[in-house]
Design a protein around this ligand. Structure first.
Ligand code: HEC
Length: 196
């Protein structure tokens, strides 16, 4: 190799490095945004009460607690629920199952959704847009029937886009659980406050 070709060769290497640099920077910043979102989502899910209702409770040493081996898998499909107790006209307005995943009130009975990435029974097929629209609009799948109590979407809709996208990003990373949550039960006419 002559001196000249060596010089041209190293110039080409430098040029190639310069040409590649922006892409590398772009990729690593996209990766770091994605990593940041998952971490932020983990934090938000753990501090915004999602486990309280979407992870079934079991009796622990210190009282009822979310069963993290079924984290965010929603109301367990294998529980056979008896009709909710009648509450009449008294001051009590809502009853919850022992798992804290089924709730009866004037809206009938609602069951917490499976938020794990299982494709058939969870939110595995949901896009980021569907997730954000669901929380923002308070509608099932972001477009259909109104979401029932006690899902506090009115609270979570106040979150920034970045926070909602972070929750979605984190939910993609959790353990999928196959658990088909029942459809809500409409109120029985004339059955009092808690219907079932
Ligand atoms: C107080 C109980 C409660 C808390 C806390 C709660 N949820 Fe829910 N969630 C529910 C119930 C009940 C439903 C089912 C409502 C229905 O069927 O209309 C639901 C449904 C959902 C759905 C499905 C909506 C749809 O399209 O049908 C999503 C998504 C969701 N919750 C996400 C979350 C996230 C994320 C958090 C935490 C930031 C959270 N929930 C906290 C009770 C709760």
């Amino acid at each position: 190799m002559t001196k000249k070709t060596a010089l041209i060769g190293s110039a080409a290497v430098v040029l190639a490095a310069i040409a590649l640099a922006p892409t590398t920077v772009r990729n690593s910043s996209a990766e770091s945004i994605a990593r940041h979102r998952v971490e932020r989502g983990r934090y938000l899910v753990s501090t915004s009460a999602c486990h309280d209702c979407h992870t079934p409770w079991i009796m622990g040493a210190e009282g009822p607690e979310p069963d993290m081996s079924r984290a965010l898998s929603g109301h367990p499909q294998d529980i056979v629920l008896t009709p909710a107790p009648e509450l009449g006209d008294g001051p009590w307005g809502m009853v919850a199952s022992a798992t804290n995943t089924a709730f009866a009130g004037p809206w009938g009975v609602s069951f917490t959704a499976n938020l794990t990435p299982d494709e058939n029974t969870g939110i595995g097929v949901w896009t980021e847009d569907i997730f954000v629209n669901t929380i923002r609009s308070g509608r099932h799948w972001g477009a259909a029937r109104p979401i029932l109590p006690p899902m506090p979407w009115q609270v979570y809709r106040q979150m920034t886009d970045d926070d909602l996208k972070s929750i979605y990003a984190y939910l993609r990373t959790i353990q999928p659980h196959q658990n088909r949550v029942p459809e809500p039960v409409p109120p029985t006419p004339g059955a009092g406050v808690a219907a079932g």
